[in-house]
Design a protein around this ligand. Structure first.
Ligand SMILES: [Zn+2]
Length: 212
């Protein structure tokens, strides 16, 4: 009789542990993403992040930084990446995006027509690898600086993806999985994606007509 009670007690404890583990896993899954990053940052090595398994011996510091945290978020993309960036010239961030593209993650990019050909721009490199890029066609800069990962995580803030912004400027980035914010930014992305569809380019704006 006593032995039965002991077994019952053990089974009860095991059940309780399993239930607690389930609650913990649910909590971890449901834990909201809220992260603020601030720049400038000292240049640190990004090789080990871009080449998993590599033990890098370069002279740069191998410490964590806001840039590495941003890159880690990006590299966590599994099903999609939307980028809406005024200027994009940072080589390590471009390598992270290309890595995702090569892994088969669908990547779409919207950028500004004036700045996509600026010195050091990575837009050409992305296009050469097969990433679809659409750009603004109307006056007024396409001045957004945001990204959406897996349609669930928004990255937004003041920072253009340039080495000047990362290493010199005072910049901020907010990372959130707040559903209302993610949805609003995704809708803005889709709206611009359609607006900048090259098949609907207006080559003769402001009332000018093509001569027939
Ligand atoms: Zn290194």
């Amino acid at each position: 009789m006593a032995r039965l009670a002991v077994w019952r007690g053990l089974l009860g404890a095991a059940g309780l542990l399993l239930a607690l583990e389930g609650v913990f896993r649910y909590w971890r899954r449901r834990r909201p993403v809220r992260e603020a990053l601030f720049f400038p940052v000292q240049l640190t090595c990004t090789e080990e992040l871009l080449s998993p398994g590599l033990r890098c011996c370069c002279p740069l510091p191998h410490t964590d930084s806001a840039l590495l945290r941003l890159m880690r978020r990006l590299l966590g993309a599994r099903s999609s990446l939307e980028l809406c960036l005024f200027t994009f010239s940072s080589p390590p961030l471009a390598r992270a995006v290309l890595l995702l593209h090569r892994r088969g993650v669908p990547v779409r990019v919207i950028t500004d027509s004036d700045y996509m050909a600026a010195s050091g721009s990575q837009i050409g490199a992305l296009r050469r690898e097969g990433i679809v890029v659409r750009h603004s066609q109307t006056s007024g800069f396409m001045h957004h600086k945001f990204a959406v990962i897996d349609k669930t995580i928004l990255i937004t803030g003041s920072m253009n993806w340039t080495m000047q912004a990362i290493q010199v400027n005072r910049e901020n980035i907010l990372i959130t999985d707040d559903r209302a914010c993610v949805t609003a930014y995704l809708e803005e992305f889709e709206r611009l994606w359609e607006e900048y569809d090259p098949s609907t380019y207006d080559f003769f704006p402001e009332g000018l007509e093509a001569t027939k």
